[in-house]
Design a protein around this ligand. Sequence first.
Ligand code: ZN
Length: 190
Amino acid sequence: MILPIHVYGDPVLREQTVVVEQDSPGLQALIDSMIETMRGAEGIGLAAPQVGRSERLFVVDLEPYGEPGPDGESAWPPQPMVFINPVIDEESDEECEFEEGCLSIPDLREIVVRPERIRVSYLDRSFSPQVLDADDILARVIQHEYDHLDGVLFVDRISVFRRRLLQRRLRDMARGEVSAEYPLVPPGAG
Ligand code: ZN
């Protein structure tokens, strides 16, 4: 089921999230719906708070990026991926720039600097523990989605200068002046 996505300004995007329990009712259906919602919106990641659930869960789908390069450096596991109760254990000192967007902040893309590589521990959708070393775009999307679980948005990580330039647009968005090609929950509506 495609779920409407909560938009910048909605308090649910700022809430602290709770650990997901294995016997959480409807969990597998929620995961399926999140994957369907992410794909329907042509996103490569979606975190539970974006569909109004304050839980430590996100999904990733790099399929639109096709196969990783022939050097094998950036190989990634089969897609889509489900991350339950993830913890980023290690971050590289090296950082890189990448232009990020967010399904909760439609039509806005900005350069964000983050660690280039990470190691993340998590549970997959069968609650099997996993450890993943990620680099390139996979490391990037995991860090972006992980931030959502702590109520952090990518626009919090851009320069003060850039944020000032975007201030009006973000304010208008938070007031409900927003549209997208996928269903949204406008701020204030829930
Ligand atoms: Zn996002």
